[in-house]
Design a protein around this ligand. Structure first.
Ligand code: PGA
Length: 252
């Protein structure tokens, strides 16, 4: 089974640092991405996308954006069009990351609109969903996930989708070093897969997990067959850590 590894650099590296990292680790990144069992997707800041795409153009490393504008073109100051992202070589685009939902006041409707737009332009969405700590305590996880998914699926279920990646990212696990326990994660994954099969049998998707994936948690996470990949935040900043995670996915 192919494993998807998404490296989300957020706003952690400057433009120059991003380019330097790619040049420095070019050969090893190329080697890792050459493995057919791995899809390695690097998501730097908007400004670095074009340059990084050129650096990796002759490799299997794929480039993704961290977000996009909710319209494809028009008077939307500060937004970046999905058309431009396609122009600079993005094959993937993250949508609905909890940090965008929180800091950019993203709503379930705007996430749905963006996901539809991404699909319309033949790019693969990486749709992030996840419950907050309080929702987790209140045991409302599945309800929250379904509420985040429904508006998106309503818009896209009849479309031809090249690939839909759904990243389950509990908000309380992001950047905290905590991950859900094995049984809970298996149960949530199964419930999501079953719900899709019943409600949207025509939509196929790849289920990923994100939130404190590192070289300590990866061995446990790798044992969960339902997960077809991982979204990395902090551990994607350091090449050695990233390499360990990819190698551990390959060993599985
Ligand atoms: P983390 O971030 O790996 O640093 O927890 C994950 C994410 O925000 O997607």
């Amino acid at each position: 089974m192919k494993k998807y590894i998404i490296i989300n650099w957020k706003m952690q590296k400057t433009h120059n640092e991003s380019i330097d990292w790619c040049i420095e680790n070019y050969a090893e990144m190329k080697k890792l991405a050459d493995h057919k069992e791995i899809e390695l997707i690097l998501c730097p800041s908007y400004t670095a996308l074009e340059h990084i795409n050129k650096i990796f153009i002759d490799t299997q490393v794929k480039i993704g954006a961290q977000d996009c504008g909710f319209k494809d073109i028009g008077p939307y100051t500060g937004d970046v069009s999905i058309i431009s992202l396609k122009d600079v070589g993005c094959e993937y685009c993250i949508t609905g990351h909890s940090e965008s939902r929180l800091y950019h006041h993203e709503t379930v409707q705007s996430v749905a609109q963006k996901t539809e737009l991404i699909i319309n332009y033949g790019i693969s969405p990486i749709l992030c969903i996840g419950e907050t700590a309080q929702e987790h305590i209140d045991q409302r996880c599945m309800q929250v996930l379904k509420n985040q998914l429904k508006p998106v699926l309503k818009k896209i279920h009849h479309k031809k989708i090249s690939k839909l990646l759904v990243a389950y990212e509990p908000v309380w696990a992001i950047g905290t070093g905590r991950i859900p326990d094995r049984e809970t994660l298996i149960d949530t994954s199964n419930q999501l897969i079953e719900w899709f099969a019943i409600e949207y049998p025509q939509v196929s998707f790849v289920l990923l997990y994100g939130g404190s994936v590192d070289n300590k948690t990866i061995s446990e996470l790798n044992q969960i067959d339902q997960l077809q990949g991982f979204l990395l935040g902090r551990s994607g900043l350091d090449f050695q850590m990233l390499k360990n995670i990819v190698l551990s996915c390959l060993e599985r």
